[in-house]
Design a protein around this ligand. Structure first.
Ligand code: SF4
Length: 372
């Protein structure tokens, strides 16, 4: 297949759906790690094509959703300072902190700008030498190379008024945290294709062996996801646990080694807190010593802030595959995209937003196979 339409072809989707029905003999719970895959599943009704034995649960792979509330608070505090131009991807603006969000700072006159790349923020810094320019560097391994490049270039060019607020997280430690939890119910994973485009998939091999789980690197279109599920369920039914690659058109086992070198040059692995989940050891990236001058937390003296999460939002359980969005008592009542209580209702990759956008609440009540 070469073209987008082929990955959305209804006949191909029905073919994989039939294959799944033929091969499945018992219940399996499979987690798609990436929020982009969650949206494709809900938007195209992929889960409705599955036999009742297969339950999909949604994973922690939405960067906006897992950014901890204290980092939103730090962003709000920095962005409100008079000499700061605060640059961010648009999704982050409405994510609620403990008292405010970046959008409110902007509404009150703060210079908060939406950019599409950290290099745009660096350009703004060079054009405004008398202002401090901060970029909110959120994301998984996918966005790390561009953020590393912005910092690397800032150092090379001697740009002194640029810094990044780092909230980088890594996928493999989160998968291990889910698998080692006593509440785990995941039998197999669809791994996020774009993360593996950068990092490859060799990092998943020890996880697959240690926890005896199949992990299938999978793309983002409906036919990709169904093909990934066929590969995953086939392994489960045959008693195998290996890493396989459905997304061969973009992913190699070793990944993009040039991008990995750049990440390693600028960042080091650190413990990171995940919103709703808590701290996971070695699950994030922080700036290495030669680049610490670009760390916004240190530059603005906000490094030690720490706040508690709201107890009402159960997004942590949703991001670990323990609950689904419609099982949250606040879903579509006290929590909507206009008045979100949690990041999973705000982000374009958030599971709660996907259920709200593509399924009415009554259509998502415990139905069909979801509670198998
Ligand atoms: S529906 Fe709202 S309150 Fe409930 S888990 Fe999702 S974001 Fe949190």
């Amino acid at each position: 297949m070469k073209y987008l339409e082929e990955y959305r072809d209804a006949r191909a989707a029905r073919h994989y759906s039939r294959l799944l029905r033929k091969m499945v003999t018992r219940p399996w719970t499979i987690m798609e790690v990436c929020g982009g895959q969650t949206h494709a599943i809900v938007r195209f009704g992929v889960d409705e094509l599955l036999p009742p034995e297969i339950m999909l649960v949604h994973g922690p792979g939405c960067p906006v959703c897992v950014t901890p509330v204290e980092l939103i608070d730090k962003a709000v505090e920095i962005a409100a300072r008079p000499n700061v131009i605060f640059c961010s991807f648009g999704d982050m603006l409405r994510v609620p902190g403990s008292n405010s969000d970046l959008f409110s700072v902007k509404a009150r006159g703060g210079d908060v700008r939406i950019v599409y790349s950290p290099l745009d923020a660096l350009k703004i810094a060079r054009e405004n030498p008398s202002r401090e320019v901060v970029f909110f560097a959120v994301g998984f391994e996918t966005t790390a190379p561009a953020n590393a490049m912005a910092v690397y270039q800032a150092k090379q060019l001697g740009v002194k008024n640029f810094s990044i607020l780092v909230s980088h997280v890594l996928v493999p430690p989160a998968m291990e945290a889910i698998l080692s939890s006593p509440t785990n119910r995941v039998n197999g994973f669809l791994a996020a294709g774009h993360v593996c485009t950068v990092m490859g998939y060799h990092e998943y091999e020890p996880i697959s062996r240690k926890y005896r789980v199949p992990i299938v690197v999978t793309g983002f279109e409906p036919v990709d996801i169904l093909q990934g599920l066929v590969m995953c369920v086939r392994q489960l039914e045959e008693g195998r646990a290996e890493v396989e690659n459905q997304y061969t058109r973009a992913v190699k086992r070793e990944g993009n080694t040039s991008a990995q070198k750049l990440i390693q040059e600028v960042f080091q692995v650190v413990a990171r807190k995940w919103r709703g989940i808590g701290e996971i050891p070695s699950s994030g990236l922080g700036l290495r010593e030669p680049y610490r001058e670009f760390d916004a937390e240190e530059r603005f003296g906000v490094a030690s802030q720490c706040v508690e999460e709201s107890p009402e939002c159960i997004s942590g359980l949703i991001l670990q595959g323990v609950k689904k969005p419609h099982e949250c008592p606040a879903f579509a009542s006290r929590c909507t995209p206009e008045h979100p209580l949690g990041a999973t209702m705000v982000s374009s990759e958030g599971a709660c937003a996907a259920y709200y956008r593509y399924r009415r609440p009554q259509a998502t009540s415990p139905a069909r196979s979801d509670e198998a």
